[in-house]
Write a protein that binds this ligand. Structure first.
Ligand code: PLP
Length: 396
């Protein structure tokens, strides 16, 4: 039997630089002492109070089908967070609850693209982006954001790619680069989206993790509310990756169609998970900093450890929970470096190449270990890189 091209072509068949991740997992399973700094999953567990709310809700009976777009109270709490954080008045009818940010990304592209339509995205990118666009039979097209420009997307590059495209997917604060798009960049993106009549899909799942600069939500820009779909998630802000709950904020007409789509896909998110998210959002001034603050400390720690290294150049992250390092002075590309590092030290990081061509020659470190263990690993990475440079006859 022949499966559809839609499903068999979600990925392009390559490993996308994920070999090292799978190798590290295999080594760990075989009992090797591997330190994983690969994927963006917290070492911080979901707060016990959130779990208490989840348990209480399930025991009180929220185990049947739930409201497909999410409960009114949860949608109102998400809308209130959005209003507070962006200054844009947001209402219940602007919000749909989804099974995490990933399901939101898929639904948003299903809303924006017809089969064969081009969906633009910025490279370096979160690994699922091109596959998500292909999964709705769209054609992904990458636009490079260069390390020399601090990984800020360039207006000229977006404009050049935009002719004939239908949507543009952006991500600030950015995974993997840590870039927070400047107000100027955001204004330029808004102008181009308007000029080319693009849907703007704005992945803002790291909006609670901003270390430098200001997070400008795409929906807050003049005239953009109608064409923007904001992707949000409980995963990163509340350490709830496993609960699979996120949202889309968009115009009520878009939410109405997304609700019809959800009726035919997930049929809603479990009620007890929604109630846990509601509890978390109602207590967000207490709970969000408990997750965000360690990442700021770890980011500053990484900047200190890598300071003035001749072998590694960090792109100072302005947000999110990662550090990107240019490893080209060592003579290796990202894949070669990450592979040799794993073999030599048992430390697993992601090669930049797994996030697109623009991140080649880099590695991404997820800051997902407690400070003591993280510091030891970061120092080992620096020493490893400087030894490589020394062998090449470099400065170290
Ligand atoms: N968007 C970005 C940029 C991410 O880094 C991730 C996860 O790492 C997601 C979306 C999806 O997150 P979730 O589906 O857990 O909300």
């Amino acid at each position: 039997m022949k499966l559809s091209r839609r499903i068999t072509q979600v990925t392009d068949g390559g490993s996308g630089g994920w070999d090292i991740y799978f190798k590290a997992r295999a080594m760990k399973q075989a009992g090797a002492p591997v330190i994983e700094l690969t994927v963006g999953d917290h070492d911080i567990p979901t707060h016990p109070d959130i779990l208490g709310a989840m348990d209480a809700s399930a025991r009180a009976g929220a185990t049947g089908y739930s409201a497909v777009p999410g409960s009114e109270r949860l949608r109102a709490a998400i809308a209130a967070r959005c209003t507070e954080m962006t200054g844009v008045e947001t209402r219940v009818q602007d919000v749909i609850v989804t099974a995490g940010g990933q399901a939101a990304l898929l639904a948003a592209h299903a809303a924006a693209l017809d089969p064969g339509d081009t969906g633009l995205f910025i490279d370096p990118y979160y690994a699922t982006y091109p596959g998500t666009i292909r999964a709705v039979a769209g054609v992904p097209k990458a636009i490079a954001a260069r390390p020399e420009g601090g990984f800020q997307p360039r207006a000229s590059a977006i404009d050049a790619a935009a002719a004939g495209a239908r949507s543009l997917l952006i991500n600030s604060p950015n995974n993997p680069t840590g870039a927070v798009y400047s107000r100027r960049t955001m204004h330029q993106i808004a102008e181009i989206a308007t000029a080319h009549d693009l849907w703007l899909i704005s992945d803002e799942v790291y909006d609670s993790q901003v270390w430098q600069g200001t997070h400008v939500s795409a929906r807050a820009l003049d005239g953009m509310a109608e064409r923007t779909l904001v992707i949000g998630s409980m995963s990163k802000a509340f350490a709830m990756t496993g609960s699979r709950i996120g949202w889309i904020i968009a115009a009520p007409e878009v939410i109405r169609w997304l609700t019809i789509l959800a009726t035919h896909t997930t049929y809603g998110v479990p009620g007890f998970v929604q109630d846990a998210a509601l509890y978390a959002l109602e207590n967000r001034t207490r709970l969000e900093p408990l997750v965000a603050a360690p990442y700021l400390r770890r980011r500053d720690l990484a900047m200190r450890v890598f300071s003035q290294s001749p072998a590694l150049h960090p792109a100072a992250p302005q947000g999110a929970m990662y550090v990107m390092l240019d490893v080209r002075p060592t003579g290796l590309d990202g894949i070669g470096f990450a592979d040799a590092l794993l073999e030599d030290t048992g430390i697993a990081v992601m090669p930049g190449e797994s996030f697109g061509a623009a991140a080649a020659g880099h590695i991404r470190i997820a800051l997902t270990q407690p400070e003591g263990r993280l510091e030891t690993a970061l120092r080992q990475i620096r020493a490893f890189a400087e030894a490589l440079l020394g062998r090449r006859g470099g400065a170290a």
